[in-house]
Design a protein around this ligand. Structure first.
Ligand SMILES: N[C@@H](CCC(=O)N[C@@H](CSC=O)C(=O)NCC(=O)O)C(=O)O
Length: 278
């Protein structure tokens, strides 16, 4: 499907570009943004970090607020930030900010009316990387990162599709969505009431069962208003107890849930991924 360029700007000697396109996975239009570092060209394809944003976000929040460009340019890493859901008048929605448009939870919905468009897992794992590879000077090397709902997405996708990615990182991820209000609301709507279907999308469940996985870095602010009720990083630490691959969860004193926090530590995350994307 052809890409339509919406916007572009030079930044950090590279380019930030936004595109929309028809998506076969979500059966409608999707938008994504890409940062291409200055060294990206057909003779020098660059690795890609996929960034999954949180509730209420579009492709723009990370690109405008995370302050990632200078380090990504220095390391020669492209960043792709998709929208967090399908959108449009014919796309199912909810009055709450935590379900529907802007809150796709990176799952393949099985329940009506959501299953018509909310196939975000297929979009992120298959369709979007194919589109990026076909249209931009990128190599096969991919890593995945995200924030909050997007941290849940990065962890679950990276763990379940470990052959497709080199490393995983997350800021303030929803670590155990089966047991928090945001996750329970979304999973009930998108997946139905059968909790056996929820486990495939719960990072703590997946991590506790896997023998080996990718290197994982997580940052969590200890002044995050969502920490105890929604995020539950302790369950992830417990689930990671028997891992043999590198796993680090850093509690960062004084930081909240915002992009101020993300912008403070994004360079660490890019350098972490950079080790594995060479
Ligand atoms: N009550 C808030 C909730 C929205 C919010 O905090 N969204 C976060 C992600 S939360 C988990 O996925 C976010 O990234 N917001 C965008 C930003 O640019 O900060 C609300 O008022 O909507």
């Amino acid at each position: 499907m052809p890409l339509e360029l919406i916007q572009q700007a030079k930044v950090a000697n590279g380019w930030h570009k936004r595109y929309k396109h028809q998506s076969s996975s979500v059966n409608g239009e999707m938008t994504f943004a890409i940062f291409l570092p200055p060294n990206a060209n057909q003779e020098h394809p660059v690795p890609v970090l996929y960034w999954l944003s949180g509730l209420t976000c579009t492709d723009e929040n990370f690109m405008q607020k995370a302050a990632a460009f200078s380090t990504a340019a220095e390391l020669g890493i492209a960043i792709v930030a998709p929208d967090t859901s399908p959108r449009g008048e014919d796309v199912a929605n909810d009055d709450g900010y935590d379900l529907g448009q802007g809150a796709g939870f990176y799952v393949n919905a099985t329940q009506a009316p959501w299953n018509k468009h909310y196939q975000m897992l297929d979009y992120i794992v298959q369709e979007l990387p194919e589109l990026i590879a076909a249209n931009f000077p990128v190599s096969q090397a991919k890593s995945i990162a995200g924030h909050s709902m997007g941290g849940h997405g990065a962890l679950t996708i990276g763990i379940k599709h470990a052959d497709g990615y080199r490393s995983i990182s997350a800021f303030s991820p929803i670590a155990n969505p089966m047991h928090c209000p945001w996750g329970q609301k979304a999973f009930n709507a998108y997946l139905g009431s059968d909790k056996s279907q929820w486990r495939q999308y719960d990072a703590s469940e997946l991590l506790s069962q896997c023998q080996a996985t990718l290197p994982i870095l997580i940052d969590q602010g200890d002044q995050d208003d969502f920490l105890a009720e929604q995020l539950k990083p302790d369950t992830l630490i417990a689930a990671a107890a028997n891992l043999t691959s590198p796993f680090e969860l850093r509690m960062q004193p004084g930081y909240d849930h915002s992009y101020f926090f993300i912008s403070t530590f994004i360079a660490d995350h890019l350098r972490f991924h950079g080790q594995y994307l060479v």
